[in-house]
Design a protein around this ligand. Structure first.
Ligand SMILES: C[S@@+](CC[C@H](N)C(=O)[O-])C[C@H]1O[C@@H](n2cnc3c(N)ncnc32)[C@H](O)[C@@H]1O
Length: 219
């Protein structure tokens, strides 16, 4: 039974790091015209109203996206300023920060006609929220296990693949399952980019994760 709900943490420091990285990766991939399949194995709700009861409980966004948004007129770093402009595009009034976009939004907003997007979410309530989002036609939402879905999709039909693996780590075994899925993805999709967020949970140091993937690749 899954209990984690990302709305409690939306827009926090870790989200800023994750979504900035994702934004930079997508920006880089879009330099070529060839089609990309994006797979988000743990999608969450897609868009988070900051005034939601869950988000207001911890208000983690106040130490994440909020200070950056407040300073956006003064910032000069291109990645940050263009990322914040993209966030402005997710607001109903682009002068006021009322919503924080999750990974399905980041992956959707730059989809081209030739690209594909598959979003997996296993929590029934979270999947319902995800289903309610206005996303492009190519954004396919699937209510099932993301790592199993990822491995079943490989190899994909497009020349390029970008995978986001962002679990909630409610089970200890998930660390090993992610390492196995990454190893399999690297074998099946040599041109893939995988953004794996294992160290974010800090219980499995990233060096151990990388070591695990490497040793599995070489045995
Ligand atoms: C950290 S949150 C995702 C946040 C999202 N990637 C973002 O950046 O906005 C993890 C999500 O994975 C979902 N989840 C947990 N186990 C899953 C599984 N086996 N397959 C798919 N989704 C799962 C949880 O319900 C939760 O919504």
């Amino acid at each position: 039974m899954l209990s984690y709900q990302h709305a409690y943490h939306a827009g926090n420091f870790a989200d800023v790091h994750k979504h900035l990285t994702l934004y930079a990766v997508i920006d880089y991939l879009l330099r070529k015209k060839t089609a990309i399949t994006y797979i988000d194995t743990h999608a969450g709700r897609g868009l988070y109203p900051l005034d939601a009861q869950e988000t207001q409980r911890l208000q983690e966004y106040r130490e994440g996206v909020w200070p950056l948004w407040q300073q956006r007129e003064r910032l000069t770093e291109t990645l940050l300023t263009s990322w914040l402009s993209a966030i402005a595009g997710a607001q109903s009034d682009n002068h006021e920060l009322t919503h924080y976009p999750g990974s399905p939004w980041w992956l959707s907003h730059s989809l081209r006609e030739q690209d594909r997007l598959r979003l997996y979410e296993l929590h029934p309530g979270e999947h319902q929220h995800l289903n309610a989002q206005a996303l492009p036609m190519q954004a396919e939402r699937v209510y099932s296990d993301g790592l199993a879905g990822l491995t079943a999709m490989l190899p994909v039909a497009t020349p390029r693949l970008c995978v986001l693996i962002d679990p909630s780590f409610e089970r200890k075994a998930e660390y090993q399952e992610v390492a196995d899925a990454v190893t399999y993805t690297l074998e099946k999709a040599r041109h893939g980019v995988s953004v794996d967020l294992v160290s974010a949970a800090a219980r499995w140091p990233s060096s151990r994760f990388v070591g695990c993937v490497k040793s599995e690749r070489h045995t």
